[in-house]
Design a protein around this ligand. Structure first.
Ligand SMILES: *Cc1c(COP(=O)(O)O)cnc(C)c1O
Length: 477
């Protein structure tokens, strides 16, 4: 039942304190033309009814607090509550962006130190904390690439951004938005960039390459240094999509392998929950030669105080004020709490968990790239497809077993792709239950494929017409 349907005239869920100011009529406060003529038609319900209604709604949702959530390319790991507490401290949550710098030195110090932490993790010089998402970081990075070539008098000539066919869809979209032409480089047999094809593509028209590493197949590119040399020799810059950095923390640094710009998704790797639409943060970190082009403002420290500054050739502001500050606080807390060793163990465990699950499942599901994976891996449901069971059916069946479905049909270069990212915060016991569930579903596909067509049958909402839901959404009562 909807809240509005539970409404009974006269029921009420709140009490207001006695008026302690002189009473004035609404007419005196608000011009008549702005006043509504009828009651707003809000549900009239009691407090327990409201509480039960929303609590029940929340129970219909799957989240990382409810069960396993192996959504590939999304890093749905458990985010410790203590970081929420820290972000909620009044000194962080009750300050105003227009307050004088002298009164918010602590907040500025946090931004300054987070910048240094991210620079250390990336192996690069300085960051901008402004971008609100991964895609926003990509756009900022690409505008820097453009500004850099313009500064060198090559903007008219260097118009092409090269992107592998395994890339996340935001990469070509961001390049297009920044005014570049996108060239797609194919993947080779082992799932990395086809180096020979790349060599053919570069030239004086090359502005740069956007590479995701580990890529969306969960594979570490074995030819990183060669790729970097090809692009740099052609005069281009190297952009690293570090949205999913869960495999590399403290183990390898993009800057050390030649990359010029990196973005991180704080809402994937650094302890901000996501999936509900934000807020997030996608800071970028750049090499020494690009620091002057960073968006404004950046935080600097001189004469014993922190202050905002504008880099010399800045691409300008790209976000209101200073980015999504609460997300920055959580990332800072996470990094400082774990320290260098802790971050490294995050990645070691993320990689170990993914390889464990991959090896347990490769007899039941086709594994297109059978080599050591990083924080995630991609199976193919093509064997099940031959039995009449699609990857969508498998994903829906998982919901019946209380598991969030993996990412499916992505990356595009794998037929019937099933992209699984267990993350480091799951125990072996949880992974074993998931492995057993996937094996059970493979068995069901062999024995009773029809059963999977109607899944899910145990969830509050059964199988949806997803096309219709997207094309004709009903968004209000
Ligand atoms: C999530 C993701 C992005 C985009 O990040 P948003 O915050 O959703 O804009 C880019 N690249 C990769 C590889 C990703 O997984």
């Amino acid at each position: 039942m909807l809240l509005l349907e539970m409404s009974k005239p006269g029921r009420c869920g709140y009490t207001l304190p006695k008026l302690d100011v002189p009473e004035v009529s609404l007419d005196e406060l608000i011009p008549r033309s702005y006043l509504r003529e009828t009651e707003p038609g809000l549900p009239q319900v009691t407090e327990p009814e409201v509480v039960r209604y929303f609590t029940q709604l929340s129970r219909k949702n799957h989240g990382v607090d409810v069960g396993f959530y192996p959504l590939g390319s999304c890093t749905m790991k458990y985010n410790p509550r203590v970081h929420e507490d820290i972000a909620a401290l009044p000194g962080f949550s009750r300050i105003h962006p227009r307050q004088p710098e002298s009164t918010v030195q602590g907040a500025l110090q946090l931004m300054y130190e987070l910048d240094q932490c991210l620079a250390e993790i990336a192996g690069l010089a300085k960051s901008s904390l402004l971008p609100a998402a991964g895609a926003h970081g990509e756009l900022a990075g690409l505008l820097i690439i453009k500004a850099y070539h313009k500064f060198n008098g090559e903007a008219d000539q260097r118009r092409e951004i090269i992107i592998p066919d395994s890339a996340h869809g935001t990469n070509p979209a961001s390049a297009q938005m920044a005014g570049f032409t996108v060239k797609e480089v194919p993947s080779d047999q082992r799932g990395g960039v086809d180096v020979a094809a790349l060599r053919e593509m570069v030239g004086p028209q090359t502005a740069g390459l956007m590479l995701t590493n580990p890529n969306t197949l969960g594979l570490f590119d074995e030819n990183l240094e060669e790729i970097a040399a090809i692009i740099h020799d052609a005069g281009g810059l190297l952009y690293y999509d570090g949205a999913n950095a869960n495999a590399i923390l403290g183990i390898t640094r993009p800057g050390d392998t030649g990359f010029d710009i990196v973005h991180f998704n704080l809402h994937k790797t650094f302890s901000t929950p996501h999936g509900g639409g934000g807020p997030g943060a996608g800071p970028i970190v750049v090499s020494e030669k690009l620091v002057d082009f960073l968006p404004s403002p950046i935080v600097e420290y001189s004469d014993g105080r922190y202050h905002f500054a504008t880099p010399k050739h800045s691409i300008g502001p790209i976000k209101a004020f200073y980015g999504n500050f609460g997300v920055l606080v959580k990332a800072y807390s996470y990094i400082r709490r774990l320290g260098a060793e802790g971050l490294k163990s995050v990645s070691e465990n993320a990689v170990l968990n993914a390889n464990y699950v991959m090896n347990q499942l490769k007899d039941d599901y086709y594994l297109p790239y059978d080599r050591t994976c990083m924080h995630e891996f991609v199976l193919s449901g093509k064997r099940q497809k031959e039995l009449g069971v699609s990857t969508l059916d498998i994903a829906k069946r998982l919901l019946d077993y209380g598991v969030h479905a993996p990412t499916i049909y992505f990356p595009l270069i794998v037929e019937e792709a099933i992209m699984i990212e267990p993350t480091e915060t799951e125990s072996k016991a949880t992974l074993d239950v998931f492995i057993q569930t996937m094996k059970t579903i493979a068995e069901e596909a062999r024995r009773n494929p029809e059963q999977l067509k109607s899944a899910p049958t145990l969830t509050p909402v059964k199988r949806l017409d997803e096309t219709k839901a997207a094309r004709q959404p009903i968004l209000k009562y």
